[in-house]
Ligand binder design. Sequence first.
Ligand code: PLP
Length: 408
Amino acid sequence: MALVNENFLSLASGYLFPEIARRTKAWQERNLGEKVLRLGIGNTTEAITPHIAKAMHDKIDLLSDRTTYTGYGDEQGDTALRKALRDFYHKQYGVELEDTDFFISDGAKSDAANIQELFSSSMIVAVQDPAYPVYVDSNVVGGRSTGFNGTNYDGFVYLESNSENGFIPDVPAQKVDLIYLCFPNNPTGAVINHAQLKKFVDYALENKAIIIYDAAYTDYIREPGYVRTIYEIEGAKRCAIEINSFSKNAGFTGVRLGWAIVPESLESENGGPGTIHRLWNRRQCTFFNGASNIAQAGGLAALSEKGREECKGLVDYYLGNADIIKKGLESVGLTCYGGVNSPYIWARCPCGLSSWDFFDFLLEHAHVVVTPGSGFGPAGEGYVRVSSYGHREDIIKAVEAIKEHIND
Ligand code: PLP
């Protein structure tokens, strides 16, 4: 008889987005013909830009001709794209990495979920609370929790991010082995400065821990003084893996393309320098057949001067939406965080409402869908995440509806 992997059974049921979809569908069935305005999921809405789209069209033309057709590429990714990323990190951030440190993937979510496979199931995991759910869920499946206790998972160390600490948690008070950090943060919109992140890098080096740094929103940082890649911090190449993506800057949420940086110089307690890098290479070669060559052609174009300009335009658009949302919500007295160097606004629920109560209120009265903060971890209770991904006209309508109905 086949037995299922019991770690999967430890996952708490009712993943956030299906529950939002269920409540929204139920509301629509009760309110036939009414339009719902969605500021919930972080899904891009604007078209892929001309230079990047053309590069993908050109690649399709090459694939359509047997003399220029290519099949499988390197599992680690296209050499030209890896070199372009290396040059980009040098030019944009002043950071020196090897092209072989870059592993191209089908997106940051897969890498964020898969990277834990490299580590022993006995590792103690620390996560920001609230956090993007995949860090926790993948480690539950990896057998690093003894189960869900109704609030959070036993065995994990939750680094509370709240308004008192500016949503930048302190380093763990105890010894942990893996630390997941995400800046600009989903869901709080917080950004981290060099002194704050240095504390984590110093902690990791002292405790022989590894930081998994999710920088998927780094292109949204427009103010100086914030970290754009963890490798800006001295010593990070010995203790940090970074994951990133073309989803939120080039609009590749559906195209699917990302990368992980696993430096050769990364250290592990039982492996020495090079082991983690080698094992990730082994993992990708065994379980992954490389990212789409069409997507990679688009990624290469996105890193060109013209492509960067276009991506900046796209990010500017979403930041413009974020500004409208933040100002609109604040104008009716809601306390908001984020939304400046980030596409997400983290809004405190008024009148002591819980996250789901405020979600239901906004759906019922303003016909607007947001994301309940409690879905990102216990410290998200009492907040909702408002996403700036949407057409400008819909964003304006949604903000006006919230302003009109907030005092219902
Ligand atoms: N990391 C964070 C923090 C995210 O918010 C998201 C998507 O919303 C991802 C990763 C996933 O990115 P990708 O589309 O590259 O899988």
